[in-house]
Design a protein around this ligand. Structure first.
Ligand SMILES: [Mg+2]
Length: 394
């Protein structure tokens, strides 16, 4: 089949605040083909910057908009998909944002190819021999504004049937007394059995000694990992922290914009859990390659997903067949835009696990009414001329 149309959509809530909540806006790509099949994907990256990567006028032979390589591309096999991807990214490589922006197209290409070949994406990635496995979702949200709020949130997670939960950002930072109060409240609310993960939200910058002290403060709370205690580019800090053997496993990597960056976290930074966002690193293809990097270096792979269930499905296909990676980030408390973006969200089963459906492609269907409701029309005028921005109708 041939890709005949690229559409890029900027969706936004009416108000976007400074809160660390990535569901307030989003960037979608829809690819249509001559067969009538269409594929969808979502990037976790600034929507307008991402849109520019698809449509901005070329600057020279190595900065060519992504849409050029997609329209007219043949897509009948996994080899075709890798070729299209390579051509698009290679010609746009002078722009760092391109991996983030292309993530949505890569996910849409896998969705399309799965539908074309009538198999789920995970089968195209890992072969027909390995069955998909249910995973344990952890309810992922921000800390409350006060320890009492955090305790109430944690109590609610347990009551909702989650067997694991993560809290992060917000009040967690350099003040160790406040950190301990929130982490203790989270543990009290979850009870002793539910797994607790904590996202430190870059609390200690580049300072590995402070980060180590932070892990020691939490040592009695049975915390399953401490996430991003340092900044994403503090690779030496992560290595120093790993060499001091903290009592709590360290997780990082969600910022990875390429497989090479992901490799940096495990090979040079020594993190125990490599967290990869398929909507940032360059799509399902790059996330799957990062999973292999984790496996070669004795790290566990886990998704980072703070978007809709279109992104969650894409994230799960990457590692659902791998028995060694059993945890899934599962965002709760997202915006209505994010919560309603697909008709058929991936809800936990009675035993608390989540699974993909055995359907062709990604196995989720975009709700066009939601896309229309939050669609923010974009027009770019350069020297008096309105730029071509692809198909606009939903
Ligand atoms: Mg995080």
């Amino acid at each position: 089949m041939i890709v005949t149309e690229v559409a890029t959509f900027y969706l936004s809530m009416p108000e976007v605040s400074d809160r660390a909540d990535g569901t307030q806006d989003t960037f979608l790509v829809r690819l249509r083909t001559d067969t009538g099949l269409e594929g969808w994907g979502e990037s976790d990256a600034p929507p307008l910057v991402s849109m520019a990567c698809y449509w901005c006028p070329p600057s020279h032979s190595n900065i060519v908009p992504l849409s050029k390589a997609l329209v007219g591309a043949r897509l009948d096999s996994v080899e075709d998909l890798h070729r299209v991807r390579r051509e698009a990214i290679t010609r746009a490589l002078d722009i760092q944002q391109v991996h983030h922006a292309f993530s949505a197209a890569d996910i849409a290409l896998w969705d399309l190819l799965g539908k074309r070949l009538e198999v789920p994406v995970y089968e195209l990635l890992d072969g027909p021999e390995l069955p998909p496995r249910p995973k344990q979702p952890y309810a992922s949200s921000l800390f409350g504004a006060t320890p009492d709020e955090t305790r109430a949130l944690a109590t609610g997670r347990r009551a909702a049937g989650f067997r694991a939960a993560k809290f992060g950002w917000g009040p967690f930072g350099v003040d160790r007394t406040i950190n301990l109060a929130h982490a203790t409240a989270a543990r009290e609310g979850l009870g002793p059995e539910t797994r607790l993960f904590i996202d430190a939200g870059w609390a200690w910058g580049h300072d590995a000694d402070q980060a180590l002290a932070g892990t020691m403060d939490l040592a009695d709370l049975n915390v399953s990992w401490l996430e991003e205690p340092l900044l994403p580019d503090a690779i030496e800090g992560y290595r120093a922290l790993a060499q001091m053997r903290p009592a709590i496993p360290i997780a990082a990597g969600e910022s990875s914009g390429s497989v090479r960056q992901a490799e940096d976290f495990v090979v040079n930074g020594g993190v125990n859990y490599l967290q990869i966002d398929a909507g940032r690193i360059g799509g399902i293809t790059a996330a799957h390659a990062a999973r292999r990097v984790a496996e070669r270096n004795d790290a566990s792979y886990v998704n980072h997903t703070f978007k809709s269930h279109l992104s969650l499905a894409a994230a799960l296909h990457v590692f659902t067949c791998a028995s060694s990676h059993e945890i899934v980030e599962y965002a709760v408390d997202g915006s209505p835009l994010s919560a309603n973006l697909v008709h058929d969200p991936l809800l936990p089963a009675a035993d608390g696990t989540i699974s993909l459906r055995e359907e062709p492609g990604l196995g989720v269907e975009v709700d066009r009414d939601t896309v229309r409701r939050y669609l923010t029309p974009v027009e770019v005028r350069v020297a008096g001329r309105v730029l071509e921005l692809g198909a606009q109708e939903v």
